[in-house]
Design a protein around this ligand. Structure first.
Ligand code: LMR
Length: 393
């Protein structure tokens, strides 16, 4: 049996992680995988997470199973963070998942059960795992144009022209904030125009929200999602706690679905069923920490303060890099770096230039020239800027 297996294509982000680890150079710089690093290159456990873990260790009396769909308190805390305090409780179904990837996967599965024969529309470019999961599921999907590579900005006219082809019941996958891999986001006016279009088409928005709090702030980063939630009758939101709580390996995520209240019980039941058919119960430890942090005022303040410092740190690095590149290139063609938001920007380098920077300078970025801003610090920004100019970007 096993000799029938065929080698699978490597995930390019994870392959790069391996390549970086194997590079013996001391001065190598990892701008690959989307993991936050502080100025010393560490991915710290956030203070509020440490404090919650301590409290949990003292208070937890059982490791017995939790609810199949996850704890209602986790659902409520996450719904409040994503949709705001007045979220529509009568429309919400929710499912604790194995990270944000698990939430995306279960969202696809839910749509496939509810609406066989639909097409899912995905931004070009998008996070490679979206496409690889959709291909694995043999799910019909189409790309819509999103990014103007020359201007390094959203090509909204092209996006709307492509989405004009959406059919009733199709799912349109949008990045809630901090678009991965480009860093170029929709304005609120553009979100509103997308909502109008999806409403007119009878399409279902699915929002992947993996970086809330990394762009313009916790509420600001959810503004597009909230607008969509208010305007569209059915909405799928896959949210990750990996980045904003720094609990990557705990695999904490949630799929939240807004529906007509009349369809809520059926939707909630189907979500729980999906967990049972894949891995039964999602991991609970991270979800419990997140719930504690979001509902305990002291922990929440501590967490928001640290998250805000992380966000400001990335903004500062963006500004420093844009200024350094302005100085070295004697042009404003890299100003977009300061305007983009979140961990990533797509630099606009060719695969050859990316490879040159890896070989010559030990700088690792994804082949499409996506760079993780959080992989930089004040000392490495000038090194990257010089390498970018030397590579002829
Ligand atoms: C990334 O895009 O680098 C992150 O979301 C990590 C991953 O799993 O790809």
């Amino acid at each position: 049996m096993l000799s029938n297996l065929k080698p699978q294509a490597e995930d390019k982000i994870l392959a790069l992680m391996g390549q970086f680890r194997a590079d013996p150079r001391q001065n190598k710089i990892d701008l690959g995988v989307g993991v936050y690093k502080d100025a010393t290159g560490l991915t710290p456990v956030m203070r509020a997470v440490k404090a919650a873990e301590k409290q949990l260790w003292e208070a937890e009396t059982s490791k017995s199973y939790t609810a199949l769909a996850g704890e209602p308190a986790f659902h409520a805390a996450m719904a409040e963070m994503v949709f705001g305090a007045n979220y529509p409780k009568d429309r919400l179904s929710a499912l604790a998942t194995v990270g944000g990837t698990g939430a995306c996967r279960q969202a696809f599965e839910l749509a496939r059960i509810a609406n066989p024969g639909f097409t899912i529309w995905v931004s070009n470019p998008t996070w490679p795992n979206h496409l690889s999961i959709l291909s694995f599921l043999k799910q019909d999907h189409k790309l819509y144009r999103y990014f103007d590579s020359a201007a390094r900005a959203v090509d909204f006219t092209a996006m709307m022209a492509d989405l004009d082809g959406v059919k009733p019941g199709d799912v349109v996958l949008l990045h809630g904030c901090c678009h991965n891999p480009t860093g170029a986001n929709l304005t609120l006016a553009q979100w509103s125009a997308v909502a109008d279009l999806l409403e007119a088409k009878g399409a279902i928005p699915m929002i992947d929200l993996a970086y809330q709090g990394f762009g313009d702030g916790l509420d600001e980063d959810a503004a597009g999602t909230r607008l969509i939630a208010e305007r569209l009758p059915e909405v799928l939101v896959a949210a990750s706690c990996s980045k904003n709580f720094g609990i990557y390996r705990e695999r904490t995520g949630i799929l939240m679905v807004l529906s007509d209240p009349a369809d809520r019980a059926l939707t909630q039941g189907t979500l729980a069923y999906l967990n049972r058919q894949t891995y039964s119960f999602a991991p609970d430890h991270g979800a419990r920490l997140v719930t504690m942090i979001l509902t305990d005022p002291a922990l929440r303040t501590e967490w928001q303060t640290e998250l805000e410092a992380v966000r400001q740190g990335m903004l500062g690095l963006r500004e420093q890099l844009a200024a350094e590149l302005k100085r070295l290139s004697n042009s404003d063609r890299f100003d977009f770096i300061a305007q983009h938001r979140g961990m990533f920007s797509r630099l606009g380098a060719t695969p050859e230039q990316v490879e040159q920077m890896r070989i010559k300078n030990g700088i690792y970025m994804v082949g499409d020239s996506r760079l993780n801003i959080a992989g930089l610090n004040a000392e490495t920004v000038p090194i990257l800027a010089q390498a970018v100019i030397d590579a002829g970007v």
